[in-house]
Design a protein around this ligand. Structure first.
Ligand code: ADP
Length: 363
């Protein structure tokens, strides 16, 4: 068995919690075969107590199966685990494929239709209005909505070598698969394709220098967040949620997914928090405060609420999100979220800066 064949065997072993193979997850630090003995070092990526015994016996089984397949006697297998878990701080230190981007922030939601893309667009524009240079990546490769929301209809994609130039509108740069494929075609991606499509979109866009790259993720807990967490050093994630209990339950799952991937959750935004009627009264249609209470329960920062607002919907459908900042109440609600997010980002980066180097001890 060669080292490469050993790696192939490890590709068939899934992490029992993340349900992805150890190689894709970047958990295999070393894998060597010498004189009938295979030595493998695994670096866990989930905090807490990873299921080491399961991983070890799955590796042994996979190596034996590979040897059978090759018609060779099975090598002895020694599996070691590094004592340290790969943290966001470690990821921040590793070479980023986007070295000119200071902060990458994922916007996720448990459910579709809660306004994740709307919040992503308004946060990106809000940060740009505050003076930052901002890019927005439509990671929702299944249902891209940025072409409509950012009014990109008249823009055509341009490439420079093997890179794509981002679109520019509303004071931000953006990239979306929706402008690179036929508009009405359904986008069906299976796991590895979704991985590849997203990775290409993220890393082959010529973003240039950015303070913030906001990534609008697909709803739920699928392949794209995992690819994102493995490909790019994320500063953290924001969860968008509506106040209802059913939306909260899914948002909790999304928050746990990020925590499992070792991605900091920077906070929760409550969208469609309440409705302001013509009489100026505020109506709590979906039960205002539900997402805030959920954030408190999970010990996550609450970044603020955005009301149900007809103009917001109209401006997004018309590709004119800058107009959201004309309505003082709406503007204040968006700017509050932007300010609190920026503060969380600063705190997250400070804690990275102050982290002591971790020792790597094999046990
Ligand atoms: P998601 O990305 O979660 O699927 P979208 O951002 O596409 O959701 O929003 C779904 C629809 O709801 C869009 O038509 C959007 O304009 C509308 N919408 C989102 N948030 C609000 C809001 N606060 N007030 C009014 N309409 C909203």
């Amino acid at each position: 068995m060669t080292n490469e064949q050993l790696m192939d065997a490890l590709r068939t072993v899934d992490d029992p919690e993340l349900h992805r193979d150890l190689v894709t997850l970047g958990m295999v630090k070393t894998a060597r075969i010498e004189g009938g003995a295979a030595a493998i070092t695994v670096e866990p990526v989930t905090p807490g107590r990873p299921l080491k015994d399961t991983i070890r016996s799955d590796i042994e089984k996979a190596v034996r199966a590979k040897a059978d397949q090759l018609g060779e006697p099975a090598p002895t297998v020694a599996v070691e685990f590094t004592a340290n878990v790969r943290t966001p701080q470690d990821r921040a230190k590793q070479a980023s494929p986007l070295p000119d981007v200071k902060h990458i922030i994922a916007i996720g939601a448990g459910k579709g239709g809660v306004g994740k893309s709307t919040v992503a667009v308004n946060l990106a524009i809000g940060l740009a209005r505050a003076g930052a240079s901002v890019g927005l990546l439509d990671g929702d490769i299944y249902g891209p909505s940025l072409p409509t929301m950012l009014g990109l209809d008249d823009q055509t994609p341009h490439s420079e070598g093997d890179m794509i130039r981002p679109f520019e509108s509303c004071g931000i740069k953006s990239m979306t698969i929706g402008k690179l494929v036929e508009p009405d075609k359904p986008l069906i991606w299976r796991g590895p394709m979704a991985h590849g499509a997203f990775q290409q979109l993220a890393t082959q866009t010529k973003w240039g220098e950015l303070d913030y790259l906001i990534v609008d993720l697909p709803p739920g807990t699928g392949d794209v967040p995992l690819t994102l967490a493995q490909t790019l050093p994320l500063t953290g994630a924001v969860i968008v949620c509506t106040p209802q209990k059913v939306a909260q339950d899914d948002a909790v799952r999304a928050a746990h997914m990020f925590q499992q991937l070792n991605v900091d959750v920077l906070g929760v935004v409550e969208n469609m928090s309440y409705f302001v009627g013509d009489d100026g009264k505020e109506y709590d249609i979906f039960g205002r405060g539900g997402a805030e209470q959920m954030a408190q329960r999970l010990g996550l920062p609450f970044l603020g609420g955005i009301p149900i607002n007809m103009a917001l919907r109209e401006n997004c459908d018309a590709g004119e999100p800058l107009k959201n900042f004309d309505d003082p109440k709406l503007r204040t609600s968006i700017e509050t979220v932007v300010g609190r997010l920026a503060a969380q980002v600063s705190m997250a980066s400070m804690s990275v800066g102050m982290t002591q180097p971790t020792m790597s001890i094999t046990e």
